[in-house]
Write a protein that binds this ligand. Structure first.
Ligand code: HEC
Length: 80
């Protein structure tokens, strides 16, 4: 729980959620720097979800580029 545990601040969560949307070719919110989210991804997510978000079966980490979403693809769902 990156948000609840205070590991990531809310602006970092917004940018990384938009970065995840961009991995699937979904639009990103105007004014949000998805590239900044890429840095957050590299620091916090890549170990499980892999380079480019292709996932890692051994970690049970889903592919974030396959357009299959466990809990929804909108920004709010990704932030949650
Ligand atoms: C310790 C390994 C690990 C790390 C680090 C991690 N994840 Fe995950 N992630 C998982 C696993 C495992 C699941 C599957 C959870 C489930 O099945 O309920 C998941 C699920 C997801 C999903 C849902 C995928 C889908 O197909 O709907 C998203 C989005 C996601 N992670 C994004 C992130 C982001 C963004 C970060 C970094 C801020 C991150 N994860 C860091 C392991 C990780």
């Amino acid at each position: 729980a990156f948000g609840k545990g205070g590991v990531l601040k809310s602006d970092a969560i917004v940018t990384v959620a938009n970065c995840v949307r961009s991995l699937s070719g979904l639009s990103t919110r105007n004014g949000v720097d998805a590239a900044k989210g890429g840095k957050v991804y590299a620091e916090n997510c890549v170990a499980c979800h892999g380079d480019g978000g292709k996932g890692n079966q051994e970690m049970g980490a889903p592919n974030l580029t396959d357009k299959i979403w466990l809990n929804g693809a909108d920004e709010a769902a990704l932030m949650e």
